[in-house]
Design a protein around this ligand. Structure first.
Ligand code: SF4
Length: 342
């Protein structure tokens, strides 16, 4: 594989072979002073993923730069694996995949080999359109919410979806993101962990700061004064022993979890109900917060869904400015940093 392609797309099998042919092995990468630049760039990959959801650009003019770039990729993956945080893994996978998408815009010749390596079956027709069997299309487009991605809105002919290059590259992005998320965390040998320690500490610190900033509470714990009216009502009903419909229980627990409350803190709120039974509530809370599945937990529903479910109680004037109950909390608590509401 040519060195520029290897450096641009370091997740390809050929890129790993390129690194091996040039003497890069994992032990040397982690420990040798000769690979200091690759390690620095590996940290940069992860830090820019945390900060900006992207992998920053770097010069790839020299062969040396290209080798360091290829090697920075496994180093970044080792860092992410050692930190072992699901939020970081997802953000990192998204950033690497977005970078690939960005680079493919000006690099048509790499599209086909990358699609093949990512198991995205496709072919180009005489009009230059890319054709995918609809089952493959669904596999990689199911995460896209906009209506233009719905199968019914595509150019579907004889079971094949016809796509322009831009949309196809977007599906490749999804395929790579999914693959990286599945591959991580890697099993890191204990002797590597100590060598990675300083960089892991640096990444963890940035990750914690970023999570704090993203938290609707700014990392300062939940204050009942800032709760939106719907959640206040549902919480009061739960604490008065009322039987909550599933949609209300789900909205309440996922909302509290998004504010950063732990299982113990959420269960403590439910425990104020006169007929509290931890064996019943505990399972549901663990499921919604993701503890039971070892995952991240569910995202709380937006206002439109709350309204559809009949649990948008007593909206006040602030409700007219927001689309998500979490943003109500953010605005009230002064932790709202986005101009656009989501
Ligand atoms: S508009 Fe949204 S935040 Fe306000 S009460 Fe309804 S669901 Fe809750």
């Amino acid at each position: 594989m040519d060195s520029l392609r290897a450096a641009r797309y370091p997740f390809l099998r050929g890129s790993a072979e390129f690194a091996e042919e040039n003497g890069g092995d994992l032990h040397a990468l982690v420990t040798s002073p000769s690979y200091e630049d690759a390690r620095k760039r590996g940290v940069e990959r992860v830090e820019s993923a945390i900060r900006d959801h992207t992998v920053s650009d770097v010069s790839l003019l020299q062969e040396y730069d290209r080798l360091m770039e290829v090697l920075s990729y496994p180093y970044a993956r080792m860092l992410v694996s050692t930190v072992g945080d699901r939020f970081l893994t997802k953000r990192y996978a998204l950033s690497e995949a977005s970078r690939m998408n960005y680079l493919l815009q000006g690099d048509l010749s790499s599209v086909a080999p990358i699609a093949q390596e990512l198991d995205v079956n496709s072919s180009i027709d005489s009009e230059g359109m890319i054709n995918m069997h609809f089952t493959d299309y669904l596999r990689f487009s199911h995460v896209m919410k906009a209506s233009e991605w719905k199968l019914i809105n595509t150019d579907l002919r004889n079971g094949f979806v016809r796509l322009g290059a831009e949309k196809f590259d977007r599906l490749l992005q999804n395929a790579l993101q999914e693959r990286i998320e599945k591959e991580l965390p890697l099993n890191i040998p204990p002797e590597f962990k100590s060598a990675l320690g300083r960089d892991v500490g640096r990444v963890s610190m940035l990750l914690n700061e970023t999570k704090k900033q993203l938290s609707p509470t700014g990392g300062e714990g939940m204050s009942p004064d800032y709760l939106p009216p719907c959640i206040k009502t549902i919480l009061a009903n739960a604490q008065n022993g009322m039987n909550l419909p599933h949609s209300a229980r789900f909205a309440l627990v996922s909302f509290l979890h998004a504010l950063g409350l732990t299982y113990e803190q959420i269960i403590a709120l439910f425990a104020q109900s006169p007929d509290f039974d931890e064996s019943k509530s505990g399972y549901q809370i663990r499921h919604i917060t993701g503890e039971e599945r070892g995952g991240e937990g569910y995202t709380p529903p937006e206002c439109a869904t709350m309204k559809t479910n009949g649990i948008c109680f007593d909206p006040d004037p602030l409700c007219e400015r927001i689309k998500h109950p979490l943003n109500y909390y953010r605005i009230k608590s002064g932790n709202y940093q986005r101009k656009d509401d989501r």
